[in-house]
Design a protein around this ligand. Sequence first.
Ligand code: NAD
Length: 403
Amino acid sequence: MNTMLATAQASIRQAAKDLGYDDAKIEAFLQPEHEHVFEINVGGKIYPAYRIQHNSKLGPYKGGIRFHPNVNQDEVQALSTLMSLKTAAANLPLGGGKGGVAVDPKALTPAELEQVARGYAHYLAPYVGSDKDIPAPDVNTNGQIINWMLDEYEAVVGKKDPGAFTGKSMDTGGSEGREAATGRGGVYVLIEYLKRKHLLDQPFTVALQGFGNVGYFFATALRQECPNAKIIAIANSKHTWVNPAGIDVTKNIDGVDYPRPEELNDLQNVEALVPGAIIGVQADVLVLAALEDAVTGANVAQIQAHTILELANGPIDQEAEPVLHDKNIAVLPDVIANAGGVIVSYLEWVQNTKGEHWPEDLVNTRLAELIVPAAHHMFKRAEEKSIPYKQAAFELALERLLS
Ligand code: NAD
């Protein structure tokens, strides 16, 4: 069993036991409802493929499809289990699933990539659909790949069903605001937390690890929504840059829409440090929007922030979590903090089933209407029981899933 699956199952067992559920019920929940394990043949090359449908108590399975050479059944099972908790914690009428193909998409021609996508959807066509299982993009998959999958699926089942996949391009029924949703949702969660702690009315500083899809849109939404916030450090996989005067992510030397940190005006005369330096930057809030295990037992002592926002999945390891709790550093956990992506996927599905296309403002309003109450339930439970926010979110999700 891989570490991620073992860790996810251990946290669930602990939280469910604390709530008083018996072992048989917990073990039955951990077992996925359906495991589709198959192969995709492209020109004689065989790629192992998976779709794990973990739990559908609350609605159709929901979760992304990952194309990566390291994809394996245990990893997909772990991610599908965490999706069941995420949709439940966000109070969505959806279950949890995840999929993947063990393939390096960078080594494929565009025609081969299309064949992998179509092969995946062709095999799974009987098992997915807007009322059964609704896949979405994940690592190395995008709107184009999802469009191919939807087209193949509709050809096999012989009917139009645009709500069967989310993350589609805009011209095939995608939602406004989907690209920015995870970062924007993180901003809403952070604002609610700071309001609750009476910290929102005063200026505060932010260090941001990761400047990809999630990190960039977090930074732009923070600028729009939170005038008291000042981003003073940004890191990507190559460097950390610190500018105590503040970094305006909307201004860059080439006027591009989606700049890299080194293109930002405010980072032109700033010395580049090693990527790991971001963890120890003196800022009030540390935002983790890069990869898993960014904070470990080895670097947790460097953290100076009073609050950490987990936008990546699992960016804090098991060893570091209790250290942060003991030091009273608040961790706003991935299960709620990065739920904006799955929430707007849900809103895309709602628009498709109603035959509507909403403007971005309305999508953002609906996102806030869903993520803010979910965050408040978590804060309240954690405060009542003096437990970490992650445990509180797991408990609330498990009560919905196991009752
Ligand atoms: P991305 O590939 O667009 O960006 C990742 C960023 O992290 C890049 O800037 C990269 O340079 C940086 N990075 C990588 N290694 C680093 C390191 N060692 N130190 C500092 N920075 C590093 O990915 P993304 O879509 O922004 O996703 C980021 C995280 O958020 C992932 O964990 C992903 O699973 C999670 N997530 C994404 C979404 C979504 O909607 N995209 C939804 C939920 C969760």
